[in-house]
Design a protein around this ligand. Structure first.
Ligand SMILES: Nc1ncnc2c1ncn2[C@@H]1O[C@H](COP(=O)(O)OP(=O)(O)O)[C@@H](O)[C@H]1O
Ligand SMILES: [Mg+2]
Length: 437
């Protein structure tokens, strides 16, 4: 593939951004591609790394069908330059960039060859943007860690908020220290975008002791949806078009954010180089035969991995998750740990009850009552254990700001008849009159 050299020479390292999100279908690829095109249109040199393992990737959205990807470079079949695609406004794309993960499994000389080429390549650009795969797979987490800025795409869908929370939680657990930026996609308007952000931010502050940065919102937009089908991204429309303008605003927000911290000295290839050096010798590992019977711990870890994969395939099914949670509680002797309760509470706090059909409301209300029982049981237990006037529950169990007074909530939850309508139920929580049918 012959692509034009990026305009002008430059010396400073690129600004690196990973567009990510805990869930598929939230618009990561749409955002990464339109943002990259918008910056390229502003005469910036932009490299887009297509790290999405999904079929609806960057190339497809542009109607480009690459013959070779990074996998071919890794296999030693061609050079990095040979696989570069050129899109409108001189935007360059590396297809199949998730293949960079392979470098960790390679002999040091081989990975060095590829990472040196990547390092040389990225130094020619002002921005390197990665479109990451959904979920919590190691490749996606590494791509986030490799970039100086993570842009977490979230929609008002409760499952998306819960997944973003889990993603941020995993990142923090693994030592991620930077402040993630959050972009609300498919919002109905500015106030909805703000309130979705605030819910996620307050859950993160409360439970993860980390604050988030608000990168703004992209509205739910029929033109954008159609543009994916037509393979003509909205960033190619006239600059005055509202769909296109949203991404200029996003590019401005990004620049403001980036201006708040100095550019890093090295780009993403340096990150991959450092992790590939840390890997134990992979060859040896592969040669060692797997133990005939896995230990219970290994089987548990494997089961968790499989569960993750199932949820990854059905990201829209919040009810499936609740089912899995209840069964797991039963297995665990009905005592969910604080992490589980946190995740459920963040999810419940994020639920927009109004659009739910009565059946779903009942289902969730039943889970709320169940959860209240769990909290009740554990608070009883801790009270009798402590026999003191200490707070009944440790802090992370409950977010008073989002959910109100806990004792009151638990009392009300327990007092509800099982057939109460959810409207009345919520009103009683809020201390309002039951004045509807
Ligand atoms: N702001 C938006 N308004 C309407 N539809 C959108 C918006 N953003 C994304 N979509 C649609 O959602 C679908 C998933 O988007 P995509 O970018 O592939 O998500 P992801 O990369 O997170 O899986 C696509 O069909 C796309 O057209
Ligand atoms: Mg995608």
């Amino acid at each position: 593939m012959s692509v034009q050299e990026p305009r002008k020479h430059k010396m400073s390292p690129p600004r690196t951004i990973a567009v990510t999100g805990g869930k598929g279908g939230v618009g990561k690829t749409s955002v990464a591609l339109n943002l990259a095109l918008t910056l390229a249109r502003q005469e910036k040199r932009v490299l887009l790394l297509d790290g999405d393992t999904d079929l609806a990737n960057v190339s497809i959205m542009l109607g480009l069908y690459p013959e070779r990807t990074l996998a071919n470079v890794v296999a030693g079949e061609c050079r990095l330059e040979d696989i570069l695609l050129e899109a409108d406004f001189g935007l360059h794309i590396v297809p199949g960039a998730s293949g960079v993960q392979e470098c960790m499994d390679m002999e040091p000389e081989d990975s060095f060859r590829i990472l040196r080429a990547l390092s040389k390549l990225e130094s020619r650009y002002d921005y390197v943007i990665t479109d990451t795969a959904a979920g919590l797979q190691p490749a996606a987490l590494h791509m986030i860690a490799a970039a100086e800025l993570a842009c977490v795409v979230v929609t008002p869908d409760p499952a998306s908020i819960t997944d973003a929370f889990s993603l941020i939680k995993v990142l923090k657990r693994r030592g991620y220290r930077r402040t993630p930026s959050v972009l609300i996609n498919m919002a109905q308007g500015a106030s909805q975008a703000r309130s979705v952000f605030q819910r996620l931010d307050s859950a993160a502050r409360r439970h993860l002791q980390c604050s988030l940065h608000y990168m703004g919102g992209i509205w739910r937009d029929e033109t954008l949806r159609q543009s994916v089908l037509n393979q003509r991204p909205v960033a190619l429309l006239p600059v005055s078009d509202p769909s296109c303008r949203q991404f200029s605003t996003l590019a401005d927000m990004l620049d403001v954010r980036l201006s708040q911290s100095p550019a890093r000295k090295a780009g993403i290839a340096a990150y991959w180089h450092s992790v590939s050096k840390r890997q134990p010798a992979r060859k040896q590992k592969a040669d060692t035969a797997a133990p005939a019977v896995a230990s219970p711990r290994e089987r548990c870890l494997q089961a968790v991995g499989e569960l993750e994969a199932v949820f990854g395939q059905a990201p829209e099914s919040a009810l499936l998750r609740y089912d899995a949670f209840t069964r797991l509680f039963a297995l665990l002797g009905r005592t969910p740990d604080s992490d589980t309760v946190e995740i459920i509470q963040a999810g419940l706090g994020a639920i927009d009850w109004e659009p739910l059909v009565p059946e779903q409301r009942e289902h969730l209300a039943a889970h709320l009552r169940h959860l209240a029982d769990e909290i009740w049981v554990s608070s009883d237990a801790s009270e009798s254990e402590q026999e003191s006037s200490q707070p009944v529950l440790p802090e992370p169990f409950y977010d008073r700001i989002s959910f109100g007074d806990q004792d009151k909530l638990v009392r009300v939850l327990k007092e509800q008849p099982s057939d109460i309508s959810l409207n009345n139920f919520l009103r009683s929580l809020a201390g309002k009159e039951n004045n509807d049918g």
